[in-house]
Each structure stands twice: as structure tokens, then as C-alpha cells.
Design a protein around this ligand. Structure first.
Ligand code: AMP
Length: 114
């Protein structure tokens, strides 16, 4: 765990976050600057920098990550109306936190430019 990694520190409970759920090697918490009425981040407990490092997770973790994303969206009530799942990698995508995370966004009609 890189000591300076913000999301590692949230996973470790060293930095407060509005946690939605923990389990299956994942932590989900509300984005501090939400871009939609519901904006939850799902992060693996194990540090990898981004989607480009996904091979650093076990097959079980990769599988659980998708299941947790879908469960979070369902638990947030987004399934009937829809939601978007985004993972940014690198400069062109404006990645700002270098610990793999999935944005789960919904609760309104989302922009087609995102
Ligand atoms: P990205 O630009 O894809 O790297 O997304 C990073 C996200 O982390 C942004 O949407 C930020 O608003 C969010 N964020 C940054 N710091 C925190 C924090 N302390 N707690 C929750 N979300 C955060």
C-alpha cells in the first residue's frame, strides 16, 4: 500500500469517507464532489494504480469488483432508471486519484458528453 495513496488511506480507515459498504475485497463510498445525485466510488482494497494495472488483482477480485459495482447500483436504487459506470485511466481521461476506482453515477438523466 503506497503510504501517500488517498484511497488506500480511506480503505484503511485513516481518512474519513462516507462509506456505503465494504466486502468482497472492495470498499464503496460517496464521491466527495458528486457529479450526479448518486455518485459512489467502488475501489478494490488492494492497490493498483488504474484499469491499466487490473492484472495486479486476482481473478476473484476482478470478478467480485464487477459484482460489487452492480450491487451498489442496485442498493442505491439506480437499477430501474439506469446508471453509468466509469473508470478513468491517465491524463486524457483526467484521472486524479491513482488507485483504481469505478464511478457509479445515476439518479438523473446523465449528460451524453460524459
Ligand atoms: P478520477 O478523476 O477518476 O481520478 O476520480 C477521482 C474522484 O475522487 C473524483 O470524483 C473526486 O471527487 C473523488 N475524491 C477525491 N478525494 C475524495 C475523498 N477524500 N473522498 C471521496 N471522494 C474523493
Amino acid at each position: 500500500m503506497p503510504e501517500e495513496c488517498l484511497f488506500c488511506r480511506i480503505v484503511a480507515g485513516e481518512v474519513p469517507a462516507d462509506v456505503v459498504c465494504r466486502g468482497r475485497g472492495m470498499v464503496a463510498f460517496h464521491d466527495i464532489a458528486p457529479k450526479a445525485p448518486v455518485h459512489v466510488l467502488v475501489v478494490p482494497e488492494r492497490h493498483v494504480d488504474s484499469m491499466a494495472g487490473v492484472e495486479g488483482l486476482t481473478p476473484g477480485e476482478r470478478s467480485d469488483m464487477l459484482a460489487v459495482i452492480a450491487a451498489v447500483a442496485r442498493d442505491q436504487g439506480l437499477e430501474p432508471t439506469g446508471y453509468r459506470v466509469v473508470a478513468n485511466h491517465g491524463a486524457d481521461a483526467l484521472q486524479s486519484v491513482f488507485h483504481l476506482h469505478w464511478h457509479v453515477m445515476g439518479g438523473t438523466r446523465l449528460s451524453d458528453s460524459m
